[in-house]
Design a protein around this ligand. Structure first.
Ligand code: CA
Length: 404
């Protein structure tokens, strides 16, 4: 596809629209505009053209704006609550006449497309320019009611600080990485960080490139409100019935809900059985006169499950040494006595919860700071003041249904 061919044949550059569906209504809430070039009876993506840095920026902007105008003309027929997602590479956005995009949008605002339906998808992956200028421009657009989305997230974590700075309305997370069998273990952490960040800054998560049902389930489980991808609908030259997937999505969502409920029930049952087991053991060993002796006794019963145990007071000061299962078996680690753990996430909340409810707590999955393994901790109120912590080994979690 030759750049010059495209530039001299603007009539054959056209917009395609990919519908975006919502989790709360299971219907179309917006369209992303994508550029296509009609050649030899086929529509080819203009993505590579827009990203080709060898083509002068003004030419790429010209084609982009030409397609945008055609798209907005078609969008005039849409319901007035449907969002219109417009892609802009940060470099192109900053190049030349920054007002041109705004002028086009203002022109169509007069015809009936309100500015607060416009979502500007910014991709700054290869941005070379001045960050402050870009932020300034985005804030300027925002004053018109335009929403900002950050595009192509999920591939690395370097963008987290920028997202905080831009404070976008929408985070577009790319699920392409989830398709391959060797998805990096860090991917789930990035998605988790993004969902936490989105919650903090009040942004909505949009998952794109959903190509299989398991990716849709993943998006749903990871707080995704908006979904886009070939599994739902491919880009098309015109608009679709908003309710085209309503029944299917509702059915699938019910399936996800029931899967998740089963997992939560299983986890609840497991927590209950830990509760029973530990309380029986502590009953059995209650006459032992030091925590060290107690931990040594527990080792016999919990050897298959645990790799570390210790006792803390309600302020997080360790009242016992660690007992730790190393390569050569269990060892006492006295150096941990009186260390303080109150700074750890949820520590004090969990202590309070255990004290009030007189029950143990099974933690979520997390990486152990020393071993780096994925673990869970079962903590248990030993008495009014002291709490027993049992770190469960990865091997144990792996063997149990519902713990990983
Ligand atoms: Ca995009």
């Amino acid at each position: 596809m030759d750049a010059l061919d495209i530039l001299t044949d603007l009539d054959n550059t056209v917009p395609f629209f990919q519908p975006i569906f919502s989790a709360d209504e299971h219907r179309v809430i917006g369209y992303e505009i994508l550029g296509r070039y009609k050649t030899e009876g086929e529509y080819k993506s203009l993505g590579p053209f827009f990203l080709d840095e060898n083509i002068p920026e003004e030419y790429r902007i010209e084609v982009d704006n030409h397609i945008l105008k055609k798209a907005l003309q078609l969008c005039l027929t849409l319901d007035s609550d449907i969002f219109i997602f417009i892609n802009r590479d940060a470099d192109l956005l900053m190049h030349g006449d920054e007002e041109e995009l705004l002028q086009i949008l203002l022109e169509f605002e007069e015809k009936g497309i309100s500015m607060n339906r416009i979502v500007l998808e910014i991709s700054e992956r290869n941005y070379h320019g001045d960050i402050e200028h870009l932020d300034h421009l985005l804030n300027y657009y925002r004053t018109y009611g335009i929403r900002i989305a950050v595009d192509k997230l999920g591939n690395d974590r370097s963008h987290l600080d920028r997202i905080g700075q831009i404070s976008p309305n929408i985070l577009k997370v790319d699920l392409l990485a989830l398709r391959s069998t060797n998805t990096s273990p860090g991917f789930q952490d990035i998605i988790y960080s993004l969902s936490m960040l989105a919650r903090k800054i009040g942004a909505t998560l949009l998952f794109e490139n959903i190509e299989m049902v398991y990716q849709l389930e993943y998006a749903w489980k990871n707080s995704g409100r908006y979904y886009q991808g070939f599994y739902l609908h491919k880009p098309v030259p015109d608009f679709v019935d908003r309710d085209i997937l309503k029944d299917q999505l509702k059915k699938e969502c019910q399936h996800f809900i029931s899967n998740e409920k089963k997992k939560l029930e299983a986890l609840y049952e497991i927590t209950e059985s830990f509760q029973l087991k530990i309380s029986e053991l502590l009953q059995k060993y209650r006459r032992l006169d030091s925590y060290e002796v107690l931990l040594n006794s527990l080792v016999k019963d919990l050897d298959q499950m645990a790799f570390r145990m210790y006792v803390c007071d309600e302020d997080g000061f360790q009242e016992s040494p660690n007992i730790f299962k190393g390569k050569d078996g269990w060892v006492i680690q006295p150096e941990y006595l009186q260390k303080n753990w109150s700074w750890r996430p949820y520590f004090l909340e969990n202590i309070l919860k255990m004290r009030k409810e007189k029950k143990g707590i099974l933690s979520d999955l997390y990486s152990d700071i020393e071993t780096g393994e994925i673990i869970r901790t079962f903590s248990y109120p030993f008495n009014e003041k002291h709490y027993l912590f049992i770190d469960l080994s990865y091997e144990y979690l792996y063997e149990q249904i519902g713990l990983l």
